[in-house]
Design a protein around this ligand. Structure first.
Ligand SMILES: [Ca+2]
Length: 164
């Protein structure tokens, strides 16, 4: 039983695990955070694979509001990617952050230059730009959410140069 289980796991790692020049990380994406910093810096064209599991609630205490990384079959104007399911796993690469200070009030606000994209439960994407990779929930009102997705992120080699 134990051996069979090990073989199954080994097979899984063989098929989906990281290969040469690849790195695997597990990121917990909290349902009530608009964005989670993965700590991963990517470059334009870099190959990144995502494998997400878990479930979140888009409204704590409402059994109808549970969803997985593919989201719930609903589209609203209250979500960053309006053509994708509400609550689905999404990503962004932040290329630049500018802090703008209002000279009059002294208030600071940040402005980001970023590329937004859909991930869902499983995806393989080429990174659109250089920058920091964030993962998030395709919903704007995240404060009343609960649960989390766990996302296996496999980053490919930074350069697309062929192997010799
Ligand atoms: Ca919500």
């Amino acid at each position: 039983m134990r051996a069979a289980r090990f073989l199954f796991l080994a097979g899984w790692l063989f098929v989906f695990g990281p290969g040469a020049g690849e790195e695997l990380r597990h990121i917990v994406v909290s349902g009530d955070a608009a964005w989670t910093d993965t700590g991963i810096d990517v470059v334009a064209g870099q190959d990144v694979r995502f494998d997400a599991e878990g479930s979140i609630s888009l409204q704590k205490g409402n059994p109808q509001a549970e969803c997985g990384p593919e989201g719930t079959d609903l589209r609203t104007v209250q979500q960053p990617l309006q053509e994708q399911n509400l609550g689905s796993l999404i990503g962004k690469v932040v290329a630049a952050v500018t802090v703008i200070k209002d000279e009059r009030t002294g208030e600071e606000r940040t402005e980001e230059v970023f590329e937004l994209f859909f991930i869902g439960a499983r995806n393989r994407l080429e990174m659109p730009t250089n920058g920091r990779l964030f993962l998030g929930i395709n919903e704007l009102v995240v404060g009343d959410n609960a649960g989390a997705f766990t996302v296996a992120v496999v980053t490919g080699p930074e350069s697309k140069a062929p192997y010799f």
